[in-house]
Design a protein around this ligand. Structure first.
Ligand code: PMP
Length: 359
């Protein structure tokens, strides 16, 4: 039975990548050992690391005045690293709160300096949406503005790029590489790897060089962007196997036609599911059309007494991990890059049949 894994993260990886990793696992390129058993400073791993960085730079068209860092600590590590690296004395930072993850980022940042938070998620007549950018109050003197374009738990997405006078910091953990994006509009982009990049344990940071903090800053070394940049992300031992796998994913993305092609497929995947949800009285999604996430689609059964049965039957049908986040309930289908269109079509066919039997 073909299975499709809708987990929000760690998420499914492309089958081609998994097969290649399996083939290379214990004897990488005939060297008699695994890439995960080699020194991060050896020429083999250094070449793997450099190729992964270059492929990512090509995919995202990262301008040359940006550093790409391969760090530890996940998205939450960056919730601390961002204020530690970018907060300027006597200045505050603006935190746009659009859902659970940007709220968590703001809560962490408070430990390291003054912040202004702004709640932009609205609920009107049962429909959730985001306040338009023109109504945001931004401090022109802020050290930076932090926002989360795709809220993984809430299923809300802000598709524009806020026009800020100060450096813009984006938590792209659940939407990076899902479509084209203009890196030059951002000061810092970060993403935990475990959704669209590779396995957990690796965190990608793309930072404009002029924002690298002064060397004397009082930052834990492991979170210091400047140290990471000066050491080519090898100040300490990086998560080498996750970096290697991310490299295989970047090669796979290039073979798919890059982020522009991914964007088209991802839009079709999201449309397929939302269109079905919208014509059904049995299921519902409560996010305004303009703010619906392409990557994470929460949905609810009209009769939530059927939730457990839906989960049991979907799992039995090979549709894995559809249970909603514990804070939200209901269901959630995550449709990251590795999820093929057929996976979404199979899900919709299953949902139709479940509705026919239980509706
Ligand atoms: N930001 C976003 C948008 C996320 O979806 C997540 C994890 N789901 C995090 C941050 C936290 O990431 P981590 O668990 O890697 O710390």
């Amino acid at each position: 039975m073909t299975t499709y894994n809708f987990c929000a993260g760690p998420a499914m990886l492309p089958t081609e990548v998994m097969l290649q990793a399996q083939e290379e696992l214990i004897n990488w390129h005939g060297r008699g050992c695994s890439i995960m058993e080699m020194s991060h400073r050896g020429k083999e791993f250094m070449a793997v690391a450099a190729k992964a960085e270059q492929d990512l730079r090509d995919l995202m068209q990262v301008p040359s005045n940006y550093k790409v860092l391969f760090m530890h600590g996940g998205g939450r590590g960056q919730f601390s690293a961002v204020p530690l690296n970018l907060m300027q004395p006597g200045k505050k930072a603006d935190y746009i709160v659009s859902g659970a993850w940007s709220k968590a980022a703001a809560e962490e940042a408070v430990k390291f300096g003054g912040i202004n938070t702004q709640q932009i998620q609205l609920k009107t007549d049962g429909v959730r949406s985001l306040t338009a950018e023109k109504d945001w109050q931004l401090d022109p003197q802020a050290s930076f503005v932090h926002f989360c374009p795709n809220e993984t738990v809430d299923g809300l997405e802000f598709t524009g790029v806020p026009d800020t006078q100060v450096p813009l910091v984006a938590d792209l953990s659940s939407t990076i590489l899902s479509r084209p994006l203009d890196v030059s509009r951002y000061g810092v982009i970060y993403a935990g790897a475990q959704k669209n990049i590779g396995p957990s344990g690796l965190t990608l940071v793309i930072v404009r060089e002029d924002l690298l903090p002064k060397a004397d800053a009082n930052i834990p070394a492991i979170l210091d962007y400047r140290l990471a940049a000066e050491n080519d992300s090898m100040f300490n031992t990086p998560p080498t196997y996750a970096w290697y796998l991310a490299g295989l994913v970047f090669e796979w993305l290039k073979r798919q036609g890059g982020v522009a092609a991914m964007g088209q497929i991802n839009q079709r995947k999201a449309d397929t599911l939302y269109n079905y949800l919208d014509q059904s009285d049995f299921y519902r999604n409560d996010v305004a059309a303009a703010n619906r996430s392409w990557m994470n689609v929460p949905f609810f059964l009209a009769d939530d007494r059927l939730n457990d049965l839906f989960i049991a039957e979907s799992e039995a049908a090979g549709l894995l991990a559809l249970k909603g986040h514990r804070m939200v309930g209901g269901m959630r289908a995550s449709l990251y890059n590795a999820m093929p269109l057929e996976g979404v079509q199979t899900l919709v066919t299953f949902m139709q049949e479940f509705e026919r039997v239980h509706g």
